[in-house]
Design a binder for this molecule. Structure first.
Ligand code: FES
Ligand code: FES
Length: 155
């Protein structure tokens, strides 16, 4: 097995480790206990494994852990502060945008990145839809998800 020494932060916690060069970032995060990162399709189609790498959303199932060397990773677990949900997390709860919940952690990270990138802009309905097109919800509750994005944007 070929390994490489890598460093990264995950939700501000620093890690340094020898990494199997074939391991996906999704598998690494789940093994470290960040189980909000879901293994859905495993082939880059569903977005359930979405995390932020240096604030950019990526499908962690297709992303090698060694590519995240020296990067800052964010997962849904890290968006809570002092035991309180983030604005985006709260908006999902308040709009009832969670059914089985399998897609929700990935969607929350996509929404978080989308709103950070569009800070100060009045994004419209279509922009929200396109901005979340990489995340599938098998329960198909898309309207409440869009409502949650709109609610979080207002705050
Ligand atoms: S599990 Fe990564 S995109 Fe579906
Ligand atoms: S809430 Fe079930 S897959 Fe989205």
């Amino acid at each position: 097995m070929q390994t490489m020494k890598i460093k990264m932060t995950i939700n501000t916690k620093a890690y340094e480790m020898d990494m199997d060069v074939r391991k996906s970032l999704m598998d690494l995060l789940r093994e470290l206990g960040y189980t909000s990162v879901k293994h859905g399709c495993g082939v880059g189609e569903c977005g359930a494994c979405t995390v932020l790498v240096d604030d950019i959303p990526i499908d962690s199932c297709l992303y090698l852990a060694v590519w995240a060397n020296n990067c800052a990773i964010r997962t849904t677990e890290g968006e809570c502060r002092d035991g309180k949900l983030s604005t985006v997390q709260n908006a999902y709860v308040e709009e009832g945008a969670v059914q089985c919940g399998f897609c929700t952690p990935g969607l929350i990270m996509t929404t978080t990145s989308f709103l950070e990138k569009n800070k100060g802009r009045n994004v419209n309905h279509d922009e929200i839809r396109v901005g979340h097109a990489g995340n599938l919800c098998r329960c198909t509750g898309y309207q409440t998800i869009i409502n949650a994005v709109k609610r979080a944007r207002k705050k």
